[in-house]
Design a protein around this ligand. Structure first.
Ligand SMILES: *Cc1c(COP(=O)(O)O)cnc(C)c1O
Length: 438
């Protein structure tokens, strides 16, 4: 049940007829009550602590709910017993978030010496940090080794040679390429080697004095299909068998990231609704299968980024302007410009929609508008076929709550493109006093 009195009618409702094109003018819409039958925010997205912090904010800020992130971590561990989590830091490199996850026992997937140093600074155990980036210079490897990291991702002979030289004796896991099919962001070509090359890469690692400890896959970020894990696990099983024939026996499998956020909408404003339970089921079955083909017991790792934090961060922004303009072809178009956009917190806004809430306006007429950020860049906007239902009376300065933007928000903010500075942040919950962030 919704613990607060918030009226779901205030929540921007995605316009579901977007396929038929824009209406082109301010549409007088049905009274707000017409929308109550289809609340766009199911109970599982209801986060009282986050809502209270949003309501208390009087200036723009990004808020992270540490207890929410902690619950998400615990839920994931419960769904996949025996799997060790290595949080992909890039999704939320916020000290308080990392510290909280470290206290709960999480490890970290770091992509640079700077990330490793941050994880250590916030309390991570170096044995639970791995260098998960296949792209690294000699200097990066040496620095990571100096900081105590002994686990490295790799996908090619050149990188194996460098690890052997600059991080001697370390464990390496070979990343297999995936198609990225079914994911909003595929990550397919830049990383990973073919299943045929993997035994060669790990064989070279062994010859160079490294420990060929495992394999990894990443099925693509915001993966929407359980089949992607089935395909990945099939490939892992085949490579484990090929490795066995060469006398290489890994003892760990890293199933990567990719688990989705739940509360975001697609580019057209339709809820994404990833089949999370099915995903966990195929992952559990896949782990059984891989254990059955491998000669020694296997440990499993997961590198979730988005899934742990996305739904537990929100932005308090404000309305810059709701405006109506005629396009060159004469059609009228409404635009809602926010104080916050692609370059200061909503980096993924051109590929998905975040749910918006207008806490001070309910009822009255609605307008179907394109939502955009404040800068002079046309990428700083939602996809234009995905109109958002906005209260027509909304005024410059009114608060806007942007939900499920806890992943890939702060670290992707520019240094102040067009003068729009990165948002300050606040953390609620966790062991520190509220508002400990800065
Ligand atoms: C980005 C990344 C992740 C996290 O991806 P999500 O889709 O956010 O879960 C995990 N592992 C590696 C190697 C990555 O680069």
């Amino acid at each position: 049940m919704r613990p607060q009195t918030t009226d779901v009618r205030q929540i921007a409702e995605p316009r579901r007829t977007a396929d038929h094109g824009r209406t082109g003018h301010r549409t007088p819409t049905a009274p707000a009550t017409a929308h109550t039958s289809a609340p766009s925010v199911p109970d599982r997205h209801d986060h009282p602590a986050l809502r209270a912090a949003l309501a208390a904010a009087v200036e723009d800020t990004i808020i992270y709910d540490l207890d929410g992130i902690g619950r998400q971590y615990a839920a994931l561990c419960a769904e996949l017993p025996g799997v060790a989590v290595r949080f992909a830091m890039k999704a939320c490199p916020v000290d308080e978030v990392l510290g909280h996850l470290a206290r709960l026992g999480s490890g970290f997937d770091a992509a640079s010496p700077q990330e490793i140093a941050q994880a250590l600074r916030t309390g991570a155990d170096p044995r639970l940090i791995h260098y998960g980036n296949t792209v690294k210079s000699d200097r990066n490897i040496a620095e990571a080794y100096r900081l105590g990291v002994r686990d490295f991702a790799t996908d090619c002979l050149e990188d194996v040679g460098a690890i052997a030289e600059h991080a001697p004796g370390s464990r390496v896991f070979c990343r297999l390429a995936t198609t990225g099919e079914g994911a909003l962001w595929g990550l397919s070509r830049k990383f990973g080697c073919s299943p045929e090359d993997a035994p060669r890469v790990l064989g070279a690692a062994r010859s160079a004095g490294l420990v060929p400890s495992g394999l990894s896959v990443h099925v693509g970020s915001q993966q929407m299909t359980p089949e992607a894990w089935v395909t990945g696990i099939d490939m892992l099983a085949a490579v484990l068998e090929a490795l066995d024939r060469r006398g290489i026996t890994p003892d760990r499998i890293n199933l990567g990231g990719g688990l989705p956020a739940l509360g975001v909408l697609d580019r057209r404003g339709r809820p994404l609704e990833p089949p999370l339970d099915k995903m966990f089921m195929v992952i559990r079955e896949g782990m059984e299968r891989l254990r059955a083909v491998n000669a020694v017991p296997l440990d499993f790792l997961l590198e979730p980024g988005r899934h742990l934090v996305a739904d537990h961060g929100a932005i308090r922004a404000h309305v810059a302007r709701l405006s109506s303009r005629r396009r060159l072809d004469g059609t009228r178009e409404d635009w809602l410009y926010l104080s916050c956009g692609k370059f200061n917190g909503l980096y993924e806004m051109d590929q998905l929609q975040y749910r918006l809430e207008f806490p001070t306006r309910s009822g009255g007429q609605f307008v179907d508008a394109v939502v955009a950020g404040p800068t002079c860049d046309s990428d700083d906007a939602y996809a234009q076929e995905g109109l958002v239902r906005v209260p027509g009376a909304i005024a410059s300065g009114d608060p806007v709550w942007v939900h499920s933007c806890g992943a890939y928000a702060s670290a992707y903010a520019t240094r102040g493109f067009n003068g729009f500075a990165p948002l300050p942040y606040t953390c609620v919950g966790g062991p520190a006093p509220d508002g400990a962030g800065a």
